[in-house]
Design a protein around this ligand. Structure first.
Ligand SMILES: [Mn+2]
Length: 296
């Protein structure tokens, strides 16, 4: 039986232990086609327009998880790649049609652009066939808590420089040792104390390896600064749901590598869904999925 997401005692919804124990939540909003109706679904980093996009799996997921509100949390269409080389197979078209149909049939579809579809940021405040384009959004959960919805790329720039240093790493190291000797003989002549350039750079590289953690903390800190209870973002293609200093950090992952989505059930329970089936047609059986737990 799937348990509600609850690592380290985090609970973000009204708890109903008995129902949970009996697995009653699971079937509460399943229809006869095995579709699992959710209050909200968050997906990002589809990268439509690139061969990497797992469009057929995504379509199957969208069919199996209808929702009152669907948040498209950026990098939906990859404008960067499309500018280089046009790639637009039927399955990618089907995804767009599916999203438009969702909006047309009265579902709320909110598109928060990311860096790969930043062209859409020009259209903030407008509608595309019922799809609302917003710079950022705030999702109010069943219990009233507010989740700030943003793609997350604005937090990248700060960390990017250190990442760049990591790539240079090895080659640069020899050079910096040499430079360090010259630098410190010069410092000594000026009467300045020894300062290790290589140690400084090594520290920077180590920080670059902590890129994911830095990103998560930066996003969570901004959510707190804005007075929200949590944040939903994407961008780094790493699904996650955990508490960061009292802020619920949710990353809905991507549809290039991990095929993950964040869903809010009608009882307020948040869940990271990892779509396993390659091309799943809704049947009477539940789609395969696992719960993604806290990473170390
Ligand atoms: Mn991005």
């Amino acid at each position: 039986m799937r348990a509600a997401f609850d690592p380290a005692g985090i609970w973000f919804g009204p708890r109903d232990n008995d129902a949970e124990r009996n697995g009653e939540h699971d079937g509460a909003h399943d229809d006869e086609h095995g579709r699992h109706h959710c209050r909200a679904v968050f997906i990002s980093d589809l990268h439509l327009g690139t061969p990497g996009c797992q469009a057929s799996a995504l379509l199957a997921f969208l069919r199996a998880y209808p929702s009152d509100t669907l948040y498209l949390v950026g990098d939906i269409v990859d404008g960067w790649q499309l500018r280089r080389k046009w790639y637009w197979p039927q399955s990618h078209n089907d995804v767009v049609q599916k999203l438009l149909r969702r909006a047309r049939k009265g579902g709320r579809v909110i598109f928060v652009p990311g860096n790969h579809d930043e062209f859409a940021r020009t259209f903030v405040g407008h509608h595309f066939g019922g799809i609302e384009v917003m710079e950022q959004a705030v999702h109010v959960m069943v219990d009233g808590r507010q989740l700030w919805v943003t793609h997350g790329d604005y937090f990248d720039g700060v960390i990017q420089c250190a990442k760049w240093l990591a790539y240079l790493g090895d080659n640069l190291y020899e050079f910096t040792l040499k430079l360090n000797r010259h630098l410190n003989s010069a410092r000594a002549r000026l009467g300045l104390p020894y300062w290790s350039l290589s140690a400084y750079l090594k520290h920077k590289v180590k920080k670059a390896l902590n890129y994911v953690t830095d990103f998560e903390q930066a996003v969570a800190a901004e959510a707190r600064r804005r007075g929200h209870d949590g944040v939903v973002c994407g961008h780094i293609h790493r699904a996650e749901m955990r508490n960061i200093d009292g802020i619920l950090y949710c990353n809905d992952g991507d549809w290039v590598e991990s095929r993950t989505a964040l869903v809010e059930h009608f009882d307020g329970r948040l869940e990271l869904v990892h779509w396993q089936a390659e091309d799943h047609r809704p049947t009477s059986t539940r789609p395969a999925m696992i719960q993604i737990g806290q990473t170390a």
